[in-house]
Ligand binder design. Structure first.
Ligand code: SF4
Length: 261
């Protein structure tokens, strides 16, 4: 962070809250989620449209203080596309220096170069139905460290077959933990769960836009073909694929489109 005259690292933050980690190998653990704003991609199934732009400018020390107040040792830096912000790498480094375990969830639209290797990256590989396949930086697959993970968000049987071929051609599942996550029809099963009050989270921004964000999220996911979790489970078993079924535990708990959890 340089000399005292350097301007402080500032991040555009969409929201920060405590939750149960819903994806990847850390599913089920209490976690602080820092959602940075902005993303260069526009996936058809995006479930965080509220984070694609805007955000609140927060300086790094204030962000660190919020994380510290949470009393939780696992932190996920996500978005939007977190690595599109210059301040993301210093944030990740600062968290690691303070002893936090750090997960970085990236959509793969920008390079992961320069991310502290102590962080665990969960990298999306975009499928044909995402609509963003030609916008990802495939060189990221070579940049992953030994403990990093890969996620395919699947919209259809065609997406599944594409991902299966990709894994067979690359042998990626032999070297990494690979997650298959279904985009479910109509935005998931628990829409009636509504939006939980965010007062008991460590902080949350843009509460006023949560309702419209939920509607947009549902509409956006409905714009992508859905894939049932049961079908995906059966295909994985039929093919004996060495992948993990990733079911977004936070959606099962609080419902699809719920903000601040
Ligand atoms: S990369 Fe992630 S945040 Fe960006 S549009 Fe795709 S799903 Fe949404």
């Amino acid at each position: 962070m340089g000399s005292s005259s350097a301007s402080p690292v500032t991040l555009m933050v969409s929201e920060i809250y405590t939750t149960i980690q819903g994806e990847c190998s850390f599913t089920g653990w209490p976690c602080v989620l820092i959602r940075l704003a902005g993303c260069p991609l526009r996936c058809r199934y995006c479930d965080t449209p509220h984070a694609l732009e805007g955000g609140e400018a927060i300086e790094l020390p204030a962000l660190m203080e919020t994380v510290k107040r949470s009393g939780i040792g696992l932190v996920e830096v996500t978005g939007g596309e977190p690595l599109a912000q210059e301040g993301a790498r210093p944030l990740i480094r600062a968290l690691l220096e303070e002893g936090y375990q750090v997960l970085v969830e990236t959509g793969g639209g920008v390079s992961i170069e320069g991310v502290d290797p102590r962080a665990r990256i969960i990298l999306d590989v975009k499928t044909p139905d995402s609509g963003m396949q030609d916008r990802q930086d495939m060189a990221n697959l070579e940049r992953l460290g030994p403990h990093d993970e890969i996620k395919f968000v699947l919209c259809s049987r065609a997406d599944y077959e594409w991902a299966r071929s990709f894994l067979r051609e690359t042998g990626l599942a032999e070297r990494r933990v690979v997650h298959f996550s279904p985009v479910e029809p109509h935005g998931g099963a628990d829409k009636e769960a509504g939006i939980r009050d965010v007062k008991d989270t460590c902080c949350a921004t843009s509460r006023a836009t949560a309702d419209s964000g939920e509607r947009e999220a549902t509409a956006s996911r409905q714009g992508a073909p859905g894939l049932s979790r049961k079908k995906l489970a059966e295909w994985i078993l039929e093919d004996r694929l060495k992948v993990r079924l990733n079911l977004q535990m936070h959606v099962w708990i609080w419902g699809s489109g719920t903000r601040g959890v």
